[in-house]
Design a protein around this ligand. Structure first.
Ligand code: ADE
Ligand code: ZN
Length: 332
């Protein structure tokens, strides 16, 4: 089979629009920081960790993801985490990335937002300077917490808003519908933030519609459950709503038993603006190119599909129209 599609993606400058920085915490750094910060964990070796990272669903992953995040304490820890991911971007040709972070998981442990953002910003400034890496940050609210806790977090973030481009919504989806965060998203709109939300990862297509209508989001994270609602697929395609799809994540969290059942290419061929992303690469078996490689192996990627996926990564981004055009021109 021709690998022209994959070769195109490997060589092309591309964007990633759905990655949780806490989900890039690789096992070696996790153990190093746990030791340094005297955080006790239920694993001592890399083997213990790979045995533990077998997930039955989103919640079983989230339990270990929040546990992992607890080793991040000092400003330097956040710097190192961000720096390692940005080096990965350089290695994979990810010229622009929109990175989510979960302030509440740090604030709850007494780690201030200033500490978190100062570490991130120092790494971002260095990558911008060293190789013109382009980075935007998305502040995510945890949907299993209350809206009033979310509002409090947003108010704490207000003095630091110039470092943040968008608000997002993540964590346990089922039982926590988008409408629970209407006021928080209204406040974020008033402050000029862009808006995204995880929807239709484990919960049904109605969560996707609610995120669009009740929160006014511009982009849906995951959104794969729309495949069960042909009318929704049509309207997402017509309205050009980007979906940030994460193939390896969906298989590791058992949304699909096998990647060959994944609807990503069917959605793409239906005209939906899907993009490929890594979500939590340290937990799900790889970064962006690992996701493209796995798609090629399971479904085969034509050159046309590959080109469209890479183009979508820029058109679906929060870059200015001018910068989008500049990157798209490099793809010819
Ligand atoms: N937080 C980190 N990864 C997530 C995912 N895949 N879904 C919801 N919340 C998350
Ligand atoms: Zn996610």
């Amino acid at each position: 089979m021709s690998k022209a599609g994959l070769q195109f993606v490997e060589r092309a400058p591309k964007a990633e629009l759905h990655v949780h920085i806490e989900g890039t915490l690789e096992p070696d750094l996790l153990l190093l920081l746990a030791e340094k910060n005297a955080i006790s964990l239920p694993y001592r070796t890399l083997d213990d960790i790979s045995r533990a990272y077998q997930f039955g669903d989103l919640q079983s992953f989230l339990d270990l993801y929040y546990l992992g995040a607890s080793v991040l304490v000092e400003e330097d820890d956040f710097y190192e985490l961000m720096w390692r991911y940005l080096c990965q971007c350089r290695n994979e040709g990810i010229v622009h990335t929109e990175i989510m972070f979960d302030p509440q998981t740090h604030i709850q442990r007494g780690v201030g937002l200033e500490t978190v953002l100062s570490g991130f910003s120092r790494a971002i400034a260095k990558a911008e300077q060293d190789w013109q890496q382009s980075v935007l940050l998305i502040l995510c609210l945890l949907r299993d917490l209350s809206e009033s806790e979310g509002l409090q977090t947003l108010r704490q973030a207000k003095p630091l808003l110039e470092q943040i481009t968008a608000i997002g919504l993540d964590s346990a989806e089922v039982g926590n519908p988008p409408g629970k965060f209407k006021q928080a998203f209204k406040l974020a709109t008033d402050w000029g933030l862009r808006k995204v939300a995880h929807a239709g990862e484990e919960a049904g297509p109605e969560f996707i519609k609610a995120a669009l209508v009740e929160l006014g989001v511009e982009r849906i994270d995951h959104g794969v459950q729309c495949a069960n609602d042909p009318e929704l697929v049509l309207s997402l395609a017509q309205a050009k709503v980007p979906l940030t799809v994460c193939p390896l994540s969906n298989v590791r969290l058992k949304v699909y038993n096998d990647l060959n059942q994944h609807p990503i290419l069917r959605l793409l061929d239906s005209g939906v603006q899907v993009t490929v992303n890594s979500d939590d690469p340290a937990y799900f078996g790889g970064y962006l190119m690992a996701n493209f490689n796995a798609l090629e192996r399971a479904l085969g990627l034509t050159e046309l599909q590959s080109r469209q996926l890479v183009r979508n990564s820029f058109t679906g981004s929060f870059l200015s129209e001018e910068r989008k055009t500049c990157y798209l021109d490099q793809l010819q």
